[in-house]
Design a protein around this ligand. Structure first.
Ligand SMILES: [Zn+2]
Length: 68
């Protein structure tokens, strides 16, 4: 199966977009926007910032869906 490690995070405050590489072995809970310095946290029910604000969900989530 293919796991995508690059995700583009979009800041909900200022709309700034940045491509980030996701860690495969952990979930990133906090992310600071480099433009407006807002610290993003996952929305309720999401495990990490990539699931909430990224173009691609985090690697554990991708593996989950591909296993179905
Ligand atoms: Zn921002």
């Amino acid at each position: 199966m293919t796991i995508i490690l690059q995700s583009v995070l979009t800041c909900p405050q200022c709309g700034h977009r940045k491509a980030e590489t996701m860690p495969t072995d952990s979930c990133q809970f906090l992310y600071q926007c480099e433009q407006c310095q807002t610290v993003l946290r996952p929305a309720a029910g999401d495990c990490c910032v990539f699931c909430s604000y990224g173009s691609v969900p985090c690697p554990p989530k991708q593996a989950e869906h591909q296993g179905e």
